[in-house]
Design a protein around this ligand. Structure first.
Ligand SMILES: Cc1cc2nc3c(=O)[nH]c(=O)nc-3n(C[C@H](O)[C@H](O)[C@H](O)COP(=O)(O)O)c2cc1C
Length: 234
């Protein structure tokens, strides 16, 4: 865990609190987010910086009937093992340090939910909640154009995603970024009629969080100390 940061500048305090308040939340109330609140969040996200101000994010917000149909389509594809990702994701590709952190995160999450390691069925049910958007009334899907090796565009989308998540937190909302949804990029494009050339990086289920659910109230993951991430050169 990083040590708490104490600031003497009162202007810094709200940001300091907000950035720690934001967490990946995985249980939601069914109440939809009012349109004006949603627009306010999206206007905030629009202020994200990007390379040469290209603003390459292509955001799709899915709610109501479309949300239910999308969830059903993803679940049908998952049942027959038909994944259509645009980008790879394999835990085995990660160097040992990062894989160890991922394992720790998973273990802490299942512990908070009271699910033992060997209960594969319960763990699968928890994983499956990705496809029901954790009960959230909305899901945001982050698409991007293909440019070069895609890495720099993906960086811009990551920045956009964090601005979106921080703004959700600032509005009393919450969200969970989801690579899991990216496994169904092809299906999502088909269901929503999105251009083939638009590639999906990740999704964010979002809404008003249910803070009584153990996934939100018991579970909270920390961070590595600064020395593991930052090198100072002088
Ligand atoms: C790009 C991205 C993709 C993620 N994909 C998933 C996912 O598919 N399912 C999930 O439950 N959490 C997912 N997460 C959430 C991470 O597990 C979470 O951010 C991390 O454990 C740190 O916890 P915190 O966000 O609560 O601070 C994702 C996070 C990011 C940034």
């Amino acid at each position: 865990m990083t040590t708490p940061h104490h600031t003497t500048n009162p202007l810094e305090a709200p940001f300091h609190e907000l950035v720690r308040k934001r967490r990946a939340l995985r249980a939601f109330k069914p109440d939809p987010v009012p349109d004006d609140v949603l627009r306010s969040v999206l206007e905030d996200a629009q202020h994200t910086p990007s390379q040469c101000n290209t603003q390459p994010w292509q955001m799709h917000i899915v709610s109501g009937k479309a949300r239910d149909e999308l969830s059903a389509a993803i679940q049908a594809e998952e049942k027959i093992g038909h994944r259509t990702p645009d980008f790879t994701f394999a835990r085995t590709d990660y160097p040992a340090l990062y894989e160890a952190r991922a394992q720790h995160q998973g273990a802490e999450y299942y512990k908070a939910l009271g699910i033992p390691r060997e209960d594969k069925a319960a763990r699968r049910d928890v994983m499956w909640r990705n496809y029901t958007f954790f009960g959230a009334p909305h899901v945001a899907l982050l698409f991007m154009p293909q440019v070069g090796d895609d890495v720099r565009i993906a960086g811009d989308l990551g920045m956009y995603g964090q601005t979106f998540l921080l703004s959700l937190a600032a509005h009393g909302l919450g969200g969970c970024p989801q690579t899991y949804l990216g496994f169904y990029a092809g299906t999502i494009r088909k269901v929503l009629g999105i251009d083939e050339n638009s590639k999906m990086l990740f999704g964010v289920s979002f809404g008003y969080p249910d803070m009584t659910a153990p996934a939100n109230s018991v579970y909270k993951i920390g961070r590595a100390p600064l020395k593991d991430s930052v090198t100072f050169h002088s």
